[in-house]
Ligand binder design. Structure first.
Ligand code: SF4
Ligand code: SF4
Length: 208
């Protein structure tokens, strides 16, 4: 029983004369390692509002709601870092790879939980026939740009891109097509130049 006690005493003496292992925070700022996983932050320019990060967040630190009553309709992504576990799932699954990134901000303690909340809004595109949600406008433009020439197989993407660029030629073409006389009350040839949800597009392809 005596020997373990002596060993512990030796360790205590060594610890007293060794340099400190802890930091002097808060007297001095704490430097974290470069790969430290701290508060995630959205990049407004790179985020397209697809919601993939929301779907993989295990703690509901990220939540989203589509508000079609707003003018214009918007997708609201709410981020609150008081329940974030800094797992990095959001960053790993971001489809643009730059929309959200973990920073090395770690000193996030607060008594006001509401101050940990941030809201990011993205304008929604509704189906021009039935009003169903097609997606976030920026997301449609992103898909158009990823597909390149293949995007021309989907007029909705072309119209979404032309609206984004305010391309007068395509907009005029789209307007003319929309004014084409109807064959029947529901479906018109001009609907091909509208941004449609999958079920309206399906109906259009079957009936015209
Ligand atoms: S780091 Fe993890 S818990 Fe925090 S927002 Fe991203 S996915 Fe959610
Ligand atoms: S996955 Fe990326 S692009 Fe999509 S909403 Fe999240 S941060 Fe934005």
């Amino acid at each position: 029983m005596r020997w373990p006690k002596l060993r512990e005493l030796k360790e205590a003496v060594i610890a007293v004369f060794s340099p400190r292992f802890t930091t002097r925070f808060p007297a001095k700022p704490c430097q974290v390692p470069p790969k430290y996983r701290g508060k995630p932050e959205f990049d407004e320019k790179e985020c397209i509002g697809c919601g993939a990060c929301v779907n993989v967040c295990p703690t509901q630190s990220l939540m989203m709601i589509d508000d079609t009553n707003a003018n214009p309709p918007v997708r609201r992504i709410t981020q609150r870092h008081d329940c974030c576990i800094f797992c990095g799932n959001c960053q790993e699954n971001c489809i643009t790879e730059k929309g959200i990134r973990l920073t090395n901000q770690w000193d996030l303690a607060t008594l006001d939980r509401e101050s940990t909340k941030q809201i990011h809004e993205h304008e929604l595109q509704l189906c021009e026939k039935c009003g169903a949600i097609v997606g976030v406008k920026k997301h449609l433009v992103w898909i158009y740009e990823r597909l390149g020439p293949l995007a021309y197989t989907n007029p909705s993407l072309v119209v979404a891109k032309s609206a984004d660029l305010k391309h007068s030629g395509l907009e005029e073409l789209s307007q003319q097509a929309k004014q084409t006389p109807a064959k029947n009350a529901d479906i018109q040839p001009g609907d091909f130049m509208k941004i449609l949800c999958p079920s309206c597009k399906y109906e259009l392809n079957i009936r015209l």
